[in-house]
Design a binder for this molecule. Structure first.
Ligand code: HAM
Length: 449
């Protein structure tokens, strides 16, 4: 029997594949990553990477023992003779902060801006936009508690979305206060929900003891009905002086920059490490319950992971698959995948090697392909067209003897005669005059800049 990929995972496929959708198109992932790279690196973020598996305790302590991620969704990694103490990372922040502490990155100029991308793993119920292996673009800033850093992080998130060409995005901004504010809020929630214990879902009965705020985030209709009925006061009402002032400052910066957002007084994030500023980006193409991305400040995380000194931090992550669903919903055109700039085919077996040498000789400059066997002209042009080639050179004994090529431009239909020794110069000149064509695959088209 054939073996299929595990549920909740996707293959990323080359362009032209049958059954291709935008969120399985490898070149679409590359487009998102490259667009994010451009925006984030211009703001000073440096690329960094951490292992796909980490000590389970990192996630238990970092993400938090009361979260769904830790309680229900962790993939445990076993290897022969091992105690099973590793997990596949469900998110990037805990690993990046561990890496920052372990590698002494504190010595680099602060605030230190890092970014990464890659697969994350959560054993969730699979549905549209909710996978077990999904991909994030992740941005983190360490070493500053300044509200200006929060505002810049949120603004950068909107800039990535804009650079991708996605328009209908809502930023929902809130604050979940300092730990003592949350304690006060949790006490309020406990008092409010305890008399209605029977009306809560089993999961939420459990949450009431561990972390009542998580009830507000429940996906159960039963819980949501009770929340509406009780008229629960939002977290924002419980902010202490410090968190309140910080929130006002963040908003002031965002207002000054014209970043659109709406205050969501009851924002609850699904991870425990957050403090103060917390936000999510939503898009109607992805569904109301699923965010395009989210983030927040996590000033206590480094100490949770063993740092003696506090290291303030803040960051966010987008789900790349969800960004692609948003692009699809808005019909945003993606840059076409460029085919080879040059395609060379020999018309007789004796010259197949010569054709290969020619194609290989221009690869420092551009993508070039060749036919692996002799072809008739009609078949060679058909093959070149299927591959999306721009220029085609057919090689017969005449071309070899005269050291001259006849290049056909498949876009204009024009034919040019080029001495073989000038091939590189000709293609170089073409690229110089057409900078947004084949050799720049990650450039977005003009309309989605
Ligand atoms: P998160 O809200 O858990 O935050 O995930 C961020 C984004 O990852 C979500 O908004 C969503 O787009 C995507 N995502 C999450 N789970 C799935 C899934 N099962 N399938 C598809 N996409 C998914 C974090 O992960 C934090 N580390 C963000 C952060 C960085 N906070 C501070 N720094």
């Amino acid at each position: 029997m054939a073996i299929n990929r595990p549920k909740g995972t996707q293959d990323h496929l080359p362009d032209g594949s049958p059954k291709l959708s935008l969120d399985t198109r490898a070149s679409a992932f590359a487009f998102v990553r490259e667009t994010a790279r451009r925006v984030l690196e211009r703001a000073g973020a440096q690329f960094t990477d951490t292992p796909l598996f980490e000590e389970a305790e990192l996630v238990q302590r970092g993400v938090g023992g009361s979260t769904d991620i830790v309680r229900k969704e962790m993939f445990t990694v076993y290897y022969f003779g091992d105690h099973g103490g590793f997990i596949l990372r469900p998110e990037g922040t805990a690993g990046l902060v561990r890496s920052y502490l372990q590698n002494g990155l504190k010595q680099l100029p602060a605030p230190l801006k890092l970014w990464t991308h890659g697969p994350m793993f959560r054993a969730e119920n699979v549905q549209k936009g909710r996978l077990r292996q999904f991909h994030q673009v992740d941005y983190e800033v360490l070493g500053s508690a300044d509200a200006l850093v929060d505002a810049e992080a949120i603004a950068l998130m909107t800039e990535v979305v804009q650079a991708l060409g996605v328009r209908k995005v809502k930023v929902k901004l809130g604050s979940i206060g300092d730990p003592e504010d949350r304690e006060a809020y949790n006490a309020y929630l406990r008092e409010l929900f305890t008399p209605h214990l029977e009306a809560l879902s089993d999961d939420s009965k459990d949450r009431l003891g561990r972390n009542p705020m998580r009830i507000l985030d429940s996906k159960s209709a039963q819980d949501q009905a009770l929340i509406a009925e009780l008229g629960v006061r939002p977290m924002l009402d419980f902010l202490g002086e410090g968190a309140r002032t910080h929130f006002v400052q963040v908003r002031r910066h965002l207002d000054a920059w014209g970043v659109n957002y709406e205050v969501d007084p009851s924002i609850v994030r699904g991870l425990d490490y957050y403090r103060r500023t917390a936000w999510e980006l939503h898009h109607e193409g992805v569904g109301a319950k699923s965010a395009l991305g989210g983030g927040g400040r996590y000033d206590g995380l480094a100490q949770e992971l063993g740092s003696k000194e506090p290291v303030p931090g803040i960051g966010w992550a987008f789900g790349i698959e969800r960004l692609l669903l948003a692009l699809e919903a808005e019909g945003v055109p993606l840059p076409a995948s460029p085919g080879p700039l040059l395609y060379v085919a020999a018309m007789d077996e004796a010259n197949v090697g010569y054709a290969a040498t020619l194609a290989r000789s221009v690869r420092a400059l551009a993508r070039a392909e060749f036919a692996y066997r002799a072809m008739k002209p009609a078949a060679a042009f058909r093959d070149a067209e299927r591959r999306g080639a721009r220029f085609v050179a057919l090689i017969g004994s005449q071309e070899v003897e005269q050291d001259s090529l006849s290049l056909k431009d498949l876009q204009t239909g024009q034919q040019v005669q080029v001495p073989t020794r000038d091939l590189q110069g000709f293609l170089g000149g073409y690229l110089g005059a057409n900078p947004l064509t084949p050799d720049a695959p990650s450039q977005p088209t003009q309309e989605n800049l």
